[in-house]
Structures are given as structure tokens and as C-alpha cells.
Write a new protein. Structure first.
Length: 257
């Protein structure tokens, strides 16, 4: 008999965020769900891990019928501890999110949501990070729940390479304007950042990061284009950062003694 699907759920907004509750509801019909998530918001942590402080796990009873744990560390810590201390076998998939806000284009580098999914993929678990382009606490997650369920189901039903990793961003549009899922590439876009200099009540300087998103990639096959046109973007991602094209050129042009 085939074992029941085992689904690891995590996020970076913290275990009390509405997004993770909606993600649990989306994947609950697909198998046994185990949740390991940060005990506080960890947005923008990227692939950080905790080295200088002890980590703590606490089992919590906040999702009816679901085994759930809080972790005092980063999203990546959550996945590492889930694999080593909580789960009795390798999950069939790992789903991360649903993040409040975009993780398209360059944002993937900074995203705790995607780093948690990436850590699972490094461990050989097909994984996906879900992000919703709405920051409101009371956002309507109807479309994101539908998307998460559909993609997680396809991942469980499809023989995927063990290190498969997907970055999924869902537009904030009315149901009537939503056009479905589009497989895309990561846009060549970045933040034009600056630090706003301010002074505290004691007259000492401090700095607040601000910025404006700049997209100079006008292709109609990117994640940014998909989202701007009412589609969910699905980008297959890899964690091998080697630039193979430049590697080939250097092997030809650069000679070393």
C-alpha cells in the first residue's frame, strides 16, 4: 500500500500569519500535513541560519487536526529542524508561504519564503514557495488557496526530479480578471534603493531602507509580465549559481600557468 503523502508546511511571516493558515487549508486534502514555522516574522532573512544562539521548538495546537511546531529561528532553521528532529521520513513535498507580498524577480534572493523552500529542495524534497501580491492582514486568499492546491496536487502526481523548486507569485486581482497560471522566467529587474537618513529623539542618526522597483525587462515571458497581466507566475528555480556561459568563455580565453 502506498503511504499517505507527507507535506511539510513552513513560511517566513510566522506561524500566526493568515497566509500559512490558508496554505494549510489548501494542501490539507492532499495528505498528512506537518507545520514547522517561525514563532515571529522573519521576512527578508534570505537563507540565513542560526549559529550563535540555541534554537527552540514548541509544539502548538492552533490548526485543528494538524501537527504544528514553532521554531525560534529562521525559515531555513525550521526546515532543517523539521527534517532532523520532527519528521519520521522525508516529506513528499515542502510548501512555503503563502507570503504576504511579492517574491518575483530579484526578490527571490532576499526571500525567507523561498529560502525555506530552497533548503528543502537542497535536501532532495520537491518544493515550492507561494507569494500573494497583497500585504493586508484581512486579504481575500480565495485565489491563492486555489492556486496552492492545484500546484501542490500536480507536484504530488508528477514524477519530478528530487531537487525541483518552484517560485509561484499570485496577482491581487478580482476573480473575474484572474487568467490562471503561466510558466515564466525570472525577470531581469531590481530595486533602486537608498537609505533615508533620520534622527532619533536623542539626535543620533539612523537609517531606513527605502526603494523603488525598476523593471527594464520587457519580455512577455517573465514573472513580472505575468503578474501585471492577471496571471499567476510559476518559475522553475535552481540553486546552482554557476554561470555556465561565462565559464565556457573563460575556459577558452583565460590561460593560467
Amino acid at each position: 500500500m502506498k503511504k499517505e503523502n507527507l507535506i511539510l508546511v513552513t513560511n517566513d511571516d510566522g506561524i500566526t500569519a493568515p497566509g500559512i493558515r490558508n496554505l494549510i487549508e489548501a494542501v490539507r486534502p492532499l495528505g498528512k500535513v506537518v507545520v514547522v514555522a517561525p514563532d515571529s516574522p522573519q521576512s527578508g532573512k534570505g537563507h540565513a541560519i542560526t549559529l550563535g544562539f540555541p534554537l527552540r521548538l514548541n509544539q502548538v495546537d492552533i490548526f485543528e487536526g494538524i501537527e504544528a511546531w514553532t521554531c525560534s529561528g529562521t525559515p531555513v532553521d525550521c526546515v532543517k529542524l523539521a527534517r532532523d528532529k520532527i519528521l519520521d521520513r522525508t516529506p513528499d513535498i515542502c510548501v512555503s508561504g503563502i507570503n504576504h507580498g511579492a517574491n518575483h524577480s530579484i526578490n527571490i534572493i532576499y526571500s525567507g519564503t523561498m529560502s525555506a523552500a530552497m533548503e528543502a529542495a537542497i535536501e532532495g524534497i520537491p518544493s515550492v514557495g507561494f507569494s500573494f501580491l497583497n500585504y493586508a492582514y484581512d486579504a481575500d486568499f480565495s485565489i491563492p488557496r486555489q492556486v496552492a492546491h492545484e500546484i501542490a496536487k500536480k507536484m504530488l502526481e508528477t514524477p519530478l526530479p528530487p531537487h525541483s523548486l518552484f517560485n509561484v507569485n499570485i496577482p491581487d486581482v478580482p476573480a473575474g480578471d484572474y487568467k490562471g497560471v503561466r510558466i515564466a522566467r525570472q525577470a531581469n529587474a531590481k530595486w533602486k534603493e537608498e537609505f533615508d537618513e533620520r534622527r532619533d529623539p536623542h539626535g543620533k542618526k539612523y537609517y531606513w531602507l527605502t526603494g523603488e522597483f525598476s523593471n527594464k525587462d520587457f519580455g512577455n515571458d517573465t514573472d513580472v509580465w505575468a503578474l501585471e497581466n492577471g496571471y499567476t507566475s510559476l518559475v522553475p528555480v535552481q540553486f546552482d549559481l554557476t554561470d555556465y556561459r561565462l565559464k565556457g568563455r573563460l575556459e577558452t580565453e583565460w590561460q593560467f600557468q
